[in-house]
Design a protein around this ligand. Sequence first.
Ligand SMILES: *Cc1c(COP(=O)(O)O)cnc(C)c1O
Length: 227
Amino acid sequence: MKANLEEIYKNIEQAALKTGRSPEDITLIAVTKTVDVDVINEAIELGVNNIGESRVQEILRKYDLVKDGPTWHMIGHLQTNKVKYIIDKIDLIHSLDRLSLAQELQKRAQQHNIFVNALIQVNIAEEESKYGLYGDAVIPFIEEIIKYPKIKIKGLMTIAPYAENPEEIRYVFRQLKELSEELKKREYPNVEMKYLSMGMTNDYKIAIEEGSNMVRIGTGIFGRRSY
Ligand SMILES: *Cc1c(COP(=O)(O)O)cnc(C)c1O
């Protein structure tokens, strides 16, 4: 795992420098779904401080056992009826993709008297099997979301289609970046385009070249998942 992380940090650095950015501007999220707590804690000892999980059950099971209070990211589809379990545990929700979820986040955040930080999940490639708003639905969605004062939009997230050759999906990352630039210009209240969460094991180098500053890597750190 140490060697894997070193390799990834090196690649992040190269991709960042290639686009004139500093490697420190890029957050590595270790995707720990299916990974045991012992292994997660080892990763934390090696310097990992951002953890990504995709299932509420798993977050609840691991939350108190993971050391050193890392930053927790919810990267998977979030069911409305489960928001209440994680609202006070997750630092950034990457999968805000519908108004019913926004309503529930607003309600629970209000109850806890906190703000909730979220990214809007965008299905750039318009794959039917995936969650996320289509690109042209994002602006109308944000214009609704700004009515929910407890939700702070911190950027956009996408999951690119799997491609043997990730060059084929470079356009996905480019389009998400363009969308974030467009949104920046509009200066909506409570909407910041601080994070672009894009890039996974197979495609993070290209995602960074196209402007990602948050990569979500599981397999590249922990090896293949066994479900
Ligand atoms: C599982 C998962 C990842 C990590 O994928 P790897 O290919 O293992 O790096 C990233 N993002 C999301 C949303 C995931 O569900």
